[in-house]
Design a protein around this ligand. Structure first.
Ligand code: ATP
Ligand code: TZP
Ligand code: MG
Ligand code: MG
Length: 260
């Protein structure tokens, strides 16, 4: 799976937040993809046409950026370019909740990715969202399944156990490390890497997302082992190192899938 990304270097157009732009671009390069970041509405349609995948991340959303997302999304839909939508902090403010709903009405996204609080709040389930941190008492697979049915798309919910569902089939993934929550932007980078994986494996998007989650989690585990004596700063660097070294394919990743 990852080999597909390394062999084809998909161009991933990211409209993402100001906090994570550099980390996201480096993470995409590490897995073999080609990142391009822009929030200019006037070039959004052109960039989306040229891209192999589009990431829309609401982290530091402005009105101008919303316009860029809509222009890019419409163009991606017309050109069959897969879209991953990360509704960062949806539920924390009315602006974010309204923006997410509007975007989902106006464009067709391939995958929605968020933490349990964000996705639960997006579909009216019990949720806590405090800034960019979200949680829910409901388990990730139940949230993913309900959200996938309601939004009529594939939904990925991350946390200690990650889950991805198309509403019929649901896969859970337990690879990962708690230190991922101590480095800003790991959720955002994951959305970008999912975009790269699905852009090179369009025949089975559900398994492509699950493979990305498995690989990402295994890289975090290896990075933790190497950096544990030093701390979080070294972990962030080690994590990029692991992303750059990992090679995998769907069959390998599948050993870590659990269909529930
Ligand atoms: P961030 O916390 O950076 O804002 P996010 O909230 O958008 O990100 P998370 O749910 O934290 O997204 O997921 C980011 C990554 O961290 C995922 O790969 C997920 O599997 C992993 N992760 C989150 N919580 C835990 C945990 N308690 N144990 C292990 N891995 C975790
Ligand atoms: N504030 C607005 S966007 C952002 C912060 C801290 C980054 C959030 O990144 P992630 O991956 O959701 O933690
Ligand atoms: Mg988190
Ligand atoms: Mg997030």
């Amino acid at each position: 799976m990852n080999e597909n990304v390394r062999e084809t270097h998909p161009l991933i157009y990211c409209i993402t937040n100001d906090v994570v732009m550099n980390f996201t671009a480096n993470g995409l390069l590490a897995v073999g993809a080609a990142p391009v970041m822009s929030k200019q509405p006037k070039e959004a349609a052109d960039l989306a046409t040229a891209a192999n995948g589009l990431l829309l991340n609401m982290g530091t959303l402005t009105d101008v950026q919303f316009e860029a997302m809509r222009n890019a999304g419409v163009s991606a839909n017309q050109n069959n370019v897969p879209i991953v939508f990360d509704p960062v902090a949806v539920g924390a403010t009315t602006f974010r909740s309204q923006s997410a709903v509007q975007l989902l009405e106006q464009i067709e996204v391939t995958v929605v990715r968020g933490n349990s609080g964000e996705i639960a709040s997006l579909v009216g389930m019990e949720a806590n969202v405090r800034g960019v941190d979200g949680s829910s008492a409901i388990d990730t697979s139940a949230i993913a399944k309900k959200a996938a049915k309601e939004l009529n798309t594939i939904v990925c919910v991350t946390g200690e156990t990650d889950a991805v569902s198309d509403g019929e089939q649901t896969i859970t993934i337990t690879s990962g490390h708690e230190w991922l929550t101590k480095v800003v932007g790991t959720g955002c980078l994951l959305g970008a890497i999912i975009t790269a994986y699905i852009s090179t494996h369009q025949e089975n998007t559900l398994e492509a997302v699950a493979s990305a989650l498995v690989d990402y989690g295994l890289c975090a585990e290896a990075a933790h082992t190497r950096s544990e004596p030093y701390g979080i700063g070294t972990f962030q660097q080690s994590f990029l190192d692991e992303l750059s070294k990992r090679t995998s394919n769907t069959t390998l990743s599948k050993e870590h899938f659990v269909y529930v």
